[in-house]
Design a protein around this ligand. Structure first.
Ligand code: FMN
Length: 305
């Protein structure tokens, strides 16, 4: 382990800032066939909802230049099975805490999941995905409205002592307003960004490639958008940021941390190269030497100095 890679999120010490992103790394244990997952800073587990979800109809993946669109639809076995089966399997092979990603379609659902996650020792941080539609609010996503984002933040904070990181949607006009609302409502940190809404159409039939028509666009192509948003939010709030979006190599990690991220999550690239997180962790020390970076934590937000 290289001491120079250590970072800390809300008092939680990570060996390095590399975290596979929610939905792209299963519950983690699936990747033990590729490498020892204990080298990771942490793991953001698959989006978990109160009830089991079978996900969206297929096809639900479309390849794009420098990225992909997914409309998986939060397929997961529901929180009780996630805890009793998935976390149980993960604990046998992974000895650190995870970033537990929770999704919901109502305030009550978020609260119920947060309460159950709060009781789990394996959970280091609760990452609240607010990109889902609010079924009691006309289907509009919680993440596009500062009041709704604040409402979910407050409700979750009231039922857990774990740090609460709100995962922001980039599909908004003013991401700073949403981040500020979460900070005022008591969030401990911000994870950003989730996927950008996208679509693709078949050249011969003219029809949508994805059964749901639209899906979440992510991968290297979205990196400049993610960097811009992390930069803006770092300027506006005092919370630690987990930077997400288009990270595919060690250079991208340095760039994202310079913009203001304390740690990073790597998403779509895991699907293209299951070794990417390991490769980044191994490459970082020599890249830091080349760039004359003593400690990774020194560069957090240096773009703003
Ligand atoms: C196949 C797939 C499934 C995803 N599932 C979730 C999820 O369950 N919860 C969530 O908060 N984000 C989910 N995401 C979004 C990622 O965690 C990440 O925020 C986004 O993909 C941007 O990072 P990237 O450009 O490195 O992929 C998913 C992304 C992909 C590609």
């Amino acid at each position: 382990m290289d001491e120079r890679l250590k970072v800390s999120l809300s008092g939680w010490q990570l060996d390095n800032p590399i975290i596979p992103a929610s939905g792209t790394f299963g519950f983690g244990y699936e990747f033990t066939e590729f490498y020892d997952i204990n080298i990771l800073g942490s793991i953001a587990t698959k989006g978990t909802t109160r009830d089991p979800r079978f996900g969206n109809p297929t096809p639900r993946i479309a390849e794009c230049e420098r990225g992909m669109i997914n409309a998986v639809g939060l397929q997961n076995p529901g929180i009780d099975k996630v805890i009793s089966e998935e976390f149980a399997k993960l604990k046998q092979v992974y000895h650190k805490q995870v970033v537990a990603n929770v999704s919901g379609f109502s305030e009550e659902e978020y609260v119920e999941c947060a309460k159950k996650m709060d009781a789990q020792d394996i959970v280091g941080i609760l990452e609240i995905n607010i990109s889902c539609p609010n079924v009691h609010g006309g289907g509009m996503s919680f993440g596009v409205c500062p009041e709704a984002a604040a409402q979910i933040t407050k409700a979750v904070k009231a039922v857990t002592r774990k740090p609460v990181y709100i995962k922001l949607s980039p599909n908004v006009t003013d991401i700073v307003a949403i981040a500020k609302a979460c900070e005022e409502a008591g969030a401990d940190g911000i994870s950003m960004i989730n996927t950008l809404l996208g679509a693709r159409f078949d050249l011969r039939t003219g029809k949508p490639i994805i059964a749901n028509v639209m899906g979440g666009f992510s991968g290297p192509a979205i990196k400049p958008v993610a960097l811009r948003m992390v930069y803006q939010v770092y300027e506006a709030v005092k919370l630690p940021i987990i930077g997400i979006g288009g990270i595919a190599c060690a250079e991208d990690v340095i760039e994202m941390m310079s913009a203001g991220a304390t740690a990073v999550e790597i998403g779509a690239e895991n699907l293209r190269n299951p070794y990417v997180c390991k490769e980044i962790i191994e490459r970082l020390p020599s890249l830091m030497d080349e760039l004359k970076i003593e400690k990774l934590s020194d560069i957090i937000g240096r773009a703003h100095q």
